[in-house]
Design a protein around this ligand. Structure first.
Ligand SMILES: *[C@@H]1O[C@H](CO)[C@@H](O)[C@H](O)[C@H]1NC(C)=O
Ligand SMILES: *[C@@H]1O[C@H](CO)[C@@H](O)[C@H](O)[C@H]1NC(C)=O
Ligand SMILES: *[C@@H]1O[C@H](CO)[C@@H](O)[C@H](O)[C@H]1NC(C)=O
Length: 445
């Protein structure tokens, strides 16, 4: 009896082990199948090719499509396609939809180039489409150069993404930070970790970064944040299609497109955030929107919004903390960070006073649903009012090379606002660096 039980137990064990083995093998091989390259297109309803890329060339044109959003805020239109157009080759286009499995008739597109393009040959452009009355539940959209022409199998379609929530739904995040573009071998790991952890302490729920390329250690850090869900990385291979400029001015920097397509990514990020975030801040990765009279962004915005109820755009002054000047006591010159590449923002406490005689750039906090088109330092089209936030209430802490190089150390302002957060900030930065495998072992506490 015991013997049979023993045998049965052994058989059961053998069976279980084999089963697990086979299961793991099946999962692994199916994963391998999924990893075979060519994930760019998929066949969906309407038997059309749906682009799953962040940049989609538009057939028969030199234009690039980025994303399509349901947007009924402008009368007569239903869908906005954010695009990058060759500005001297804009010809009429026609919108076509996939409607519950059927292809619609075409409607004429309204092409709206953004006013900011800084002289580059390519510029951000919105294509506005009206869904035909006969179309029920449009799921995908594409553009044709001629109305109702035969659609080739090469034609790529964009999914139409939502921008509104229904009444019962809650927005997922209070604040989203949109970091436009990462390019080159940018590897400023310590400053990025400190900035992202500062955002989190200030109440940011999601950060979106458009990534063309980055350095190896920063790649590890960003993967860590992305796995955790705090960071959404949008691949942005604009250099595969155009010669992106490393600068903001065509006459100075040359190239096809302003700053790796920063304007298109900022606009995309606002629309991407409409159905999930109360506020969106548009800033660079070396900038922190810092409240000086409140502990966090939610408290700041609730006060600002009370005094400015119809405002959807808040302009924040940019203040530079030059990285050549260090706090002399070395209080936050921490040994565990000595092998981490990048700037330690806690060591830079000297702030330039901006030269208000020259144009002073702002960065922006917006209510995404009140914005139609944005640029970098201002909003181009909005449904609400714009408010300039006083710098003693909130300013950008921007640690970088000096802007006003003529200023001596004595002419700078001592500003230790970041230090108010050190008790939480430092352990949080250590934790994420350790998880990314970027803290040297002797520095580990
Ligand atoms: C469009 O397709 C139909 C059916 O395949 C064909 O008869 C017609 O000639 C085509 N029209 C053009 C303009 O190619
Ligand atoms: C949004 O902010 C409010 C007020 O500070 C807070 O109570 C709430 O938990 C926050 N929601 C999220 C999703 O972070
Ligand atoms: C950023 O893009 C580059 C180039 O495609 C890629 O090698 C890198 O892994 C990406 N990093 C992240 C964090 O997505």
């Amino acid at each position: 009896m015991t013997h049979t039980k023993d045998l049965r137990g052994k058989l059961l064990l053998l069976f279980t082990v084999t089963f697990l083995f086979v299961t793991v093998f099946i999962i692994r091989s199916s994963r391998m199948v999924r990893e075979i390259p060519n994930p760019s297109f998929s066949l969906k309803a309407c038997h059309v090719q749906v682009s799953e890329q962040p940049i989609t060339p538009l057939q028969d044109t030199q234009h690039l499509l980025v994303s399509a959003y349901m947007d009924q805020r402008v009368k007569g239109f239903d869908v906005r396609i954010i695009s990058i157009f060759k500005r001297d080759s804009v010809h009429p286009l026609h919108c076509i939809f996939c409607c519950s499995g059927d292809i619609s008739t075409t409607t004429p597109a309204n092409i709206l180039p953004h006013s900011d393009h800084f002289g580059f040959p390519y510029g951000t452009t919105d294509v506005m489409c009206q869904i035909p009355l006969t179309c029920h539940r449009a799921t995908h959209v594409s553009l044709l150069t001629e109305p109702n022409k035969n659609i080739s199998t090469e034609q790529l379609w964009l999914p139409i993404r939502r921008t509104a929530v229904n009444e019962k739904e809650k927005l997922q995040f209070n604040f989203t930070v949109c970091i436009s573009n990462l390019f080159g071998e940018y590897n400023n790991v310590l400053q990025v970790a400190q900035s992202l952890e500062m955002y989190r302490l200030l109440g940011v729920g999601r950060v979106v970064i458009y990534n063309t390329s980055c350095g190896p250690e920063l790649d590890l850090l960003l993967q860590t944040y992305s796995q955790e869900g705090f960071l959404e990385i949008v691949p942005w291979p604009i250099d595969k299609y155009l010669i992106p400029s490393k600068g903001w001015s065509f006459s100075i920097h040359g190239g096809d497109l302003h700053y790796y397509g920063q304007l298109a990514t900022l606009n995309d990020c606002i629309y991407r955030s409409m159905a999930r975030s109360h506020y969106v801040t548009l800033n660079d990765i070396d900038e922190i929107v810092m409240p000086y009279q409140h502990d966090n962004l939610a408290d700041l915005m609730s006060v600002l919004q009370q005094h400015n109820p119809n405002t959807g755009v808040f302009l924040i002054e940019n203040h530079i903390f030059p990285k050549i000047y260090f706090e002399p006591g070395g209080r936050f010159h921490l040994s565990q960070w000595k092998d981490v590449p990048g700037v330690n923002i806690l060591e830079h406490i000297y702030r330039e006073t901006p030269d208000m005689n020259i144009y002073h750039p702002y960065k922006i906090i917006v209510q995404p649903r009140m914005v139609e088109q944005t640029s970098v330092h201002s909003v181009l089209k909005t449904f609400g009012q714009v408010y300039k936030v006083p710098h003693d209430v909130c300013r950008l802490i921007h640690t970088r090379v000096a802007l006003r190089r003529e200023l001596t150390l004595e002419q700078l302002n001592v500003d230790k606002r970041l230090w108010d957060f050190h008790e939480k900030l430092i352990p949080n930065v250590d934790k994420v660096l350790r998880r990314a495998g970027l803290l040297s072992s002797e520095g580990q506490s």
